[in-house]
Design a protein around this ligand. Structure first.
Ligand code: CP3
Length: 364
């Protein structure tokens, strides 16, 4: 890997250089010359260069080795004209620091479940700079390579989504243990969510101090809850994590909240405190813009399966999506969820070209 360690540049000076990037201006609701685009899980198995490295290292080694995490962050940036980079890591990376080991086989498997009050009381909330120092080092390496040309997004799981993995001990279809805890014993759920919010805030803070230009919380599973429970258990803790992280560093960067399956509570996603809300394909883009209102930028929301279609269909559907957006309201192009491993790499090139073409033509 052609990257050396040593990151002495501070986060703020790099953030200042990237601050006029298209993506960051769009997040701030400034007028932009075209729609910025990036792709959730843009580094990953659909890329042959990812699979080549993956033959030699497992996924956790990727996340824990700054030079490898930096190289993987940059792979899609070298290949495509993306408007943002996202740090290569995972939402479950803070868990070992909280006292729960994680394996990927390939889906995530936690060493134990955390669903009793005593198990929750035992969870630690360490300083992420000490518990996972490799994350900040990866950020510094990426920022040195990017040199302000492309902004870098740091991220964490939102407290509710992180808590659901702790309670279930891995992925889940029905999340019945999570829901049982949250419905039967809301006070203990609050205790768990509070600890998750502290761990998430510490992770975002560490990434900010190392120099990320924007922060994103993934609430991929919030939508499994009824809307009233999202308002009670998901959104306030996401807001708390954002606010504590940004208060700790003392400056503002765009906050992005990915709201999975949010059609039943979209307006409420504003209570996450984010200026950018990511939505999936289960809601129309213009409806999402309308419901979120003029102060929020919508990020999304092409169905990742479209990329498996013939290339002229990819182009057509991407252009139709971009044109369906209300140009007076904000839009950052993305997929509605992570890119699928079976996606042909050429489809991504066609997609990004189509988004550029369709959005450039609309500028008044
Ligand atoms: O977006 C990016 O390119 C940055 C990297 C990133 C990964 N995971 C890498 C990854 C990000 C932002 C995530 C977020 C993440 N991780 C979420 C939230 C977004 C979402 O998809 O809803 C969630 C729920 C996870 C948890 C997770 N990690 C699961 C369920 C899995 C297994 C399923 C899968 O796709 O293999 C992972 C593993 C994972 N995270 C991989 C990558 C590239 C695959 C690892 C491999 O086998 O090479």
């Amino acid at each position: 890997v052609p990257l050396s360690l040593l990151g002495t540049t501070t986060g703020r000076s790099l953030a200042a250089r990237a601050s006029d990037a298209l993506f960051l201006r769009a997040c701030r609701r400034e007028t932009v010359e075209r729609t910025p685009a990036w792709i959730m899980r843009q580094a990953g198995r659909y890329l042959p260069e990812y699979r080549a490295l993956r033959e030699r290292h497992d996924f956790l080694t990727f996340c824990r080795t700054p030079e490898l995490a930096a190289e993987l962050t940059l792979q899609p940036i070298r290949r495509y004209p993306l408007d943002a980079a996202i740090l290569f890591s995972d939402i479950l990376i803070p868990l070992p620091g909280m006292g729960v080991e994680v394996a990927f086989e390939p889906g995530p498997k936690l060493e134990r479940t955390t669903r009793t009050r005593s198990a929750i009381l035992e969870l630690r909330t360490p300083d992420a700079r000490e518990a996972a120092p490799y994350v900040g080092e990866a950020v510094r390496l990426v920022q040195r390579e990017l040199g302000g040309r492309v902004p870098l997004i740091g991220f964490a799981g939102a407290p509710f989504t992180l808590a659901s993995y702790l309670v279930e001990g891995g992925g889940s279809k029905n999340f019945e243990h999570t829901k049982a805890l949250f419905y039967d014993d809301p006070e203990t759920a609050d205790l768990l969510l509070g600890k998750c919010a502290d761990a998430v805030a510490s992770s975002l803070r560490a990434q900010l101090e190392a120099g990320v230009d924007a922060v994103m919380l993934f609430d991929s599973w919030a939508g499994i809850l009824p809307p009233a429970a999202v308002r009670r258990f998901a959104l306030p803790f996401a807001r708390r994590a954002f606010e504590n992280a940004l208060a700790a560093v003392g400056y503002e960067v765009p906050r992005i909240y990915y709201a999975g399956q949010a059609a039943g509570w979209l307006e409420d996603a504003r209570d996450s405190g984010a200026q950018v809300v990511g939505v999936d394909w289960r809601v129309d883009l213009d409806e999402a813009q309308r419901r979120l209102g003029p102060d929020v930028v919508v990020q999304g929301n092409l169905d990742p399966c479209v990329l498996l279609a013939p290339l002229d269909e990819v182009r057509r559907r991407a252009q139709a999506l971009v044109r369906s957006a209300d140009p007076r309201l904000g839009h950052v192009f993305n997929l509605g969820h992570g890119i699928l491993p079976g996606t042909p790499p050429e489809a991504v090139a066609v997609l990004l070209d189509a988004v550029r073409e369709a959005s450039q033509r609309r500028v008044p």
